[in-house]
Write a new protein. Structure first.
Length: 297
């Protein structure tokens, strides 16, 4: 597996704080989001890399392993166990093999993992342990499904897996379910399951990041005189006051009525509404007369 520089992907250096990482992720996610770059064939792949970089670097434990082991960071636990085992074995053999050199831990991490998970073999008289194959799956959700944290049951390789999907999951985002890939060989660890989310929209709302956008019709009388209307949100209906002399294309923001922020309990984006003023049709003669009088005044 080629080395992927997560710091470079987010445009930060290795001394970046958790706050720096969060800010960089939000900036890059908005910049390369597939919905904002419909003509960029690489947008989806770039967005996935940004999500992956954020998932690793925003987790202190994962970041520590990544900084120490680079592209082999996911096998850090296995490496530490093997290094500990070799240390114990070397100590027990000290009197009989006082001049022997230990192997494995002193070399390149990639060489070590190649011999442990897919190379020519492990130690003397032992069969090599092979890590199981990673599985990839796609899960389709409606926008309304992604609005709330919920559980779903998947069938992977004949086994049922129940997963919890956090509210605010992004279209194209990939999450990892550890240990639910292919089985390991000779006692090796199982592979992982990577799930990519495909979110479709059957509602009046358009999602960009954590904000929602919608266009709502407004009759000309309310636009001129003002009043109160009821509008739909993903959280139910709310009443909204319309100012007198509202112009066509005017926008109003409903703070906190947008999409939930991923893994941030109680935090939401905003809902931005655009008014579309409807001109009345099929007017009666009396109504036309009134509009004529109004135009003359």
């Amino acid at each position: 597996m080629d080395f992927v520089d997560y710091y470079k992907i987010l445009g930060i250096n290795k001394s970046a704080t958790a706050k720096d990482i969060k800010a960089a992720y939000r900036k890059m996610a908005r910049k390369v989001h597939p919905d904002l770059n419909p003509n960029d064939k690489d947008a989806k792949r770039n967005f996935q890399q940004i999500n992956e970089a954020n998932e690793v670097l925003s987790d202190p434990e994962k970041r520590k392993k990544y900084d120490q082991y680079g592209k082999d960071w996911q096998h850090a636990d296995e490496f530490e166990k093997q290094k500990q085992y070799q240390g114990q074995s070397s100590a027990s053999r000290g009197s009989r093999y006082s001049g022997a050199e230990s192997s494995g831990a002193g070399g390149d991490f990639s060489d070590f993992f190649e011999s442990m998970f897919g190379g020519s073999g492990g130690g003397r008289g032992r069969q090599a342990k092979y890590r199981g194959e990673d599985f990839n799956a796609e899960l389709q959700l409606n926008l309304t499904d992604a609005y709330e944290t919920h559980q779903q049951t998947l069938t992977v390789n004949g086994k049922k897996i129940r997963i919890t999907i956090p509210a605010g999951i992004e279209n194209g985002q990939i999450i990892k379910i550890s240990g639910h890939g292919g089985p390991g060989v000779n006692g090796g660890p199982n592979g992982d399951l990577y799930i990519e989310f495909s979110i479709t929209n059957h509602s009046i709302f358009k999602r960009l990041g954590n904000n929602l956008y919608a266009t709502i019709d407004l009759d000309i009388y309310k636009a001129v005189l003002g009043g109160e209307i009821t509008v739909d949100t993903l959280d139910g209906q709310v009443k909204l006051k319309v100012k007198p002399e509202t112009q066509n294309g005017s926008k109003v923001k409903l703070k906190g009525k947008g999409f939930p922020v991923y893994k941030k309990e109680g935090q939401f984006g905003d809902l931005l509404l655009t008014y579309n003023i409807k001109v009345p049709t099929n007017l009666t003669d009396k109504q036309k007369e009134l509009f004529t009088e109004l135009s003359k005044s």
